[in-house]
Design a protein. Structure first.
Length: 366
């Protein structure tokens, strides 16, 4: 490669930071210049700090109101614009950065986006028309993208789901157990709903979580297990701090961020979440997982269930409790903490390979 290329990557949420870790490292290994920008949302900054990346903190999430979202978009657009013009990138890479998509289009910067969530209609309508290439899982119907103004010529499908991008290179590290005084297979990992997301407006109280509806009974049946609750927002965290007084159990860890989340998933007895990413991760690792997202079962979840990964989508609190107790009473399988998951993951594509090949001129150049 003769010319040293300059890549701008905008990290707008925790999943993006995790997903792009191996891609960023690969760009650096090939002597690309990188401008990494990030939005203050959930644990995004903590994840990037944990990885040791240098990045610029630009803007924050607009909260639960439409006015707040629009105001933060306008402010972040202006702040990013200054950084990007100064850096003058050759490519822009994103997952769902609305501001980044608009800037790259306005400045004619070739752009590559990933998207596995066309159900997030407000965001997708604002990014699909502006992106030059969009990398999507085959299991998500192309028609969903086309309805949101994506150009069919821009879509690049792969056999797999996003989480394979980081789990294909994952090796479990048991140090996390000593760090938090945990025993493998003897704790439950819980993640709250993404209640501030645009597709949740008017559907959920942004400070509450359905976890409180089934957790007390779970604790009653398994009082000696530990329970790690990872809240997405400060409001959710405050909500649970009040509820914890009622639980009267010292085996509960409440936080908004835990390092080495994949290790926590791998050694857990079960993972229960109101969002998709962590249960998809866990099930790919062979960890029994329950998702209680209130909407329809996503194509990615169907993909995992149809290919034999241990994932269930359950919405009713009574059913969540019932299925969780079944899993806990059954206990881990004999090969549960082995590396057998790696062989199954190898059967599928890593979307980061596609993105790197595009930028490197090996595939579908602009």
């Amino acid at each position: 490669m003769g010319v040293k290329r300059r890549i701008w990557i905008d990290i707008e949420e925790p999943k993006t930071g995790i997903m792009f870790k191996s891609l960023i490292e690969r760009f650096y290994q090939n002597n690309y210049e990188i401008l990494l920008t990030a939005r203050d949302y959930d644990s995004t900054f903590q994840i990037l700090d944990e990885f040791g990346f240098e990045y610029y903190k630009v803007g924050h999430h607009g909260g639960e109101s439409l006015e707040g979202k629009l105001k933060c978009y306008i402010e972040r657009l202006s702040d990013l614009f200054q950084q990007v013009v100064k850096f003058n990138p050759d490519y822009f890479v994103t997952f769902s950065s609305v501001e980044g998509a608009r800037i790259s289009y306005g400045l004619k910067i070739p752009s590559i986006g990933y998207n596995d969530e066309p159900r997030n209609v407000p965001v997708c309508k604002l990014i699909f028309p502006f992106l030059d290439k969009i990398i999507i899982p085959q299991c998500v119907p192309k028609e969903w993208y086309l309805k949101l103004h994506a150009d069919p010529e821009k879509l690049i499908s792969y056999n797999g789901i996003d989480e394979i991008a980081w789990l294909s290179k994952y090796n479990p590290n048991p140090k996390i157990l000593d760090q938090f005084d945990l025993k493998k297979g003897e704790y439950v990992l819980l993640r709250t709903e993404p209640s501030f997301a645009s597709y949740f407006i008017d559907k959920l109280d942004p400070s509450h979580s359905i976890i409180n509806k089934f957790l007390p009974d779970l604790i009653k049946e398994f009082p000696n297990f530990k329970y790690i609750i990872i809240a997405r927002t400060e409001k959710q965290e405050l909500y649970f701090k009040q509820k914890l007084k009622e639980y009267k159990n010292k085996n509960i860890i409440l936080t908004r961020f835990m390092p080495n989340m994949v290790d926590l998933c791998f050694y857990a007895s079960i993972v229960i979440s109101g969002g998709g990413t962590i249960v998809r991760e866990a099930s790919l690792l062979g960890v029994p997982s329950i998702e209680f997202f209130p909407g329809q079962t996503a194509p990615q979840e169907h993909f995992l269930m149809e290919n034999g990964f241990p994932l269930e989508h359950v919405k009713e609190k009574e059913k969540i409790l019932e299925e969780s107790l079944k899993i806990l009473k059954r206990g881990p399988s004999s090969d549960r903490f082995s590396l057998s998951f790696k062989e199954k993951i190898k059967l599928y594509d890593d979307p980061n390979n596609i993105c790197f090949k595009i930028v490197n001129g090996e595939l579908l150049d602009f």
